[in-house]
Design a protein around this ligand. Structure first.
Ligand SMILES: *Cc1c(COP(=O)(O)O)cnc(C)c1O
Length: 355
C-alpha cells in the first residue's frame, strides 16, 4: 500500500509520473533502450526538453521575452547564480526564513545587499509587510513559500525593480502573473519531479548587464542559447517533470490546482484551529497552502512522540516538523491526494478523543 507521504521534499509525486517514468526507464518510447541509457542528443529527448519548456510557458502563461531553462545544482546554486548574473551595484532581500537567509548570504559575496525586512526575531512566523523596496537596487529577492516555517506570500508583489523569486515549494500551486517577476527559480523536488533538476524562468532583457566575467556554466545566457543542452541535462528528472506537467494540464491547470490546494489546506487548518490539542505556528493571513506547521498546546506537549507514533501507525510519513520549528509539518503539495488530508484529520480527532 502507498503511504500518505507528507514529506517536505523530495516529496509525493503524481502516481502517473512515477508509473510513466518507471516504464520509460525500461524502454524509452519504443527505442529498446531505457531512459537512463539514452543520449540526450536524440530527437526523442530533444522533444521531451522542448515539451518541458512549452508546458511551463503554457501552464504559467509566461509572456514573450522570457526564457525557461533547466539546470543542475538545485535551488541552492541559484542563490549564487542570481547575483552572479544580476547584481551590479546592490541587491535587496526580504528575509522570511532559512532559505531566504541562505540566498542573502551568497549575494553578499557579489556586492552590496540590503535586508529590507526580516521576521527572524519572531522565528519567521509571519511575512513582513511594511517595508520599502529600494529603487536603486538591481533586484528584489523573495522566497514565495517558506517550506520550513509554513508561511507564504499569497500575491504577486508590485515592485519598482525586478522581483527575483525562489518558488521551489509553491511553483504550479497557484496562478502566477509572471510579468511581475524578473526571474523565478526553484528546485523540482517539491512540486514537480525527483531531485536533480532546477527550473529558471528569466526575463531575457535583464541579462548581460553586469560588468563582471561570468563562468560559462553559471551564465544563464549559455543555457538559453543551447536550449538547456549546453552540457548533459538531468534526463530522468526532466522526463518526470513533463509527466507531472501533463498530469497538471489534464486536471485543468494551475487555477484548478489552486482551488484544490485551498480546499485541502483549508480542511487541515480548520481542524488545527478546532482541535483542543493543537495550534498553528504562523500568522493566520500568511499560512502556507503547501507546508502546514502545527504544534501541541503547552498542556499536551508531552504527547508529541505519542502522536507521531499514532500517525505513523496509520500510514503517515514525514509529518515531523523541522527542528527549527518542532511539532509537526504536513506538506500538502499538488500531488498529495485529499484522502491523505482526511486521514490525518481523522487521526487528529481520534487522538483528541483518547486524551
Ligand atoms: C528545498 C528548498 C530549497 C533548496 O533546494 P535545493 O534544490 O535542495 O538546493 C531552496 N528554497 C526553498 C524555498 C526550498 O523549499
Amino acid at each position: 500500500m502507498r503511504k500518505y507521504n507528507f514529506n517536505a521534499g523530495p516529496s509525493v509525486l503524481p502516481q502517473e509520473t512515477v508509473v510513466n517514468t518507471m516504464k520509460a526507464m525500461q524502454d524509452f518510447e519504443g527505442t529498446g533502450i531505457g531512459l537512463m541509457e539514452i543520449s540526450h542528443r536524440t530527437k526523442g529527448f530533444e522533444a521531451v526538453m522542448n515539451e518541458a519548456s512549452d508546458l511551463f510557458k503554457e501552464l504559467l502563461n509566461i509572456p514573450e521575452g522570457y526564457s525557461v531553462i533547466f539546470l543542475g545544482g538545485g535551488a541552492s546554486l541559484q542563490f549564487c547564480m542570481v547575483p552572479y548574473n544580476l547584481l551590479e551595484k546592490k541587491a535587496a532581500y526580504l528575509n522570511t526564513g532559512t532559505w531566504a537567509s541562505k540566498a542573502l548570504k551568497e549575494a553578499k559575496l557579489f556586492g552590496e545587499t540590503v535586508e529590507v525586512a526580516s521576521s527572524k526575531a519572531a522565528n519567521f512566523t509571519y511575512i513582513p509587510k511594511d517595508y520599502v523596496i529600494p529603487t536603486d537596487a538591481d533586484y528584489f529577492h523573495i522566497t514565495t513559500n517558506n517550506t520550513i516555517f509554513g508561511t507564504e506570500i499569497h500575491t504577486d508583489l508590485d515592485s519598482p525593480i525586478p522581483v527575483v523569486a525562489d518558488m521551489s515549494s509553491d511553483i504550479f500551486s497557484r496562478p502566477v502573473d509572471v510579468s511581475k517577476y524578473g526571474l523565478i527559480y526553484g528546485g523540482a523536488q517539491k512540486n514537480l519531479a525527483p531531485a536533480g533538476v532546477t527550473f529558471v524562468i528569466v526575463k531575457d532583457s535583464l541579462l548581460g548587464k553586469v560588468s563582471r566575467q561570468i563562468p560559462t556554466m553559471l551564465d544563464y545566457r549559455t543555457h538559453i542559447k543551447d536550449g538547456s543542452m549546453f552540457n548533459t541535462p538531468p534526463v530522468v528528472p526532466v522526463y518526470a517533470a513533463v509527466q507531472t506537467l501533463r498530469w497538471l494540464k489534464n486536471l485543468g491547470g494551475v487555477e484548478a490546482m489552486y482551488q484544490l490546494n485551498k480546499e485541502k489546506a483549508g480542511l487541515l487548518y480548520e481542524e488545527i484551529d478546532r482541535n483542543k490539542l493543537f495550534h498553528g505556528t504562523t500568522a493566520v493571513e500568511d499560512r502556507s497552502l503547501m507546508n502546514i506547521c502545527f504544534v501541541l498546546n503547552d498542556e499536551y506537549k508531552d504527547l508529541e512522540d505519542e502522536f507521531y507514533q499514532f500517525a505513523t501507525q496509520k500510514g503517515m510519513v514525514g509529518i515531523k516538523g523541522h527542528r527549527s520549528v518542532g511539532g509537526f509539518r504536513a506538506s500538502t503539495y499538488n500531488a498529495l491526494p485529499k484522502e491523505a488530508i482526511v486521514a490525518l484529520i481523522d487521526a487528529m480527532q481520534e487522538f483528541e478523543k483518547a486524551h
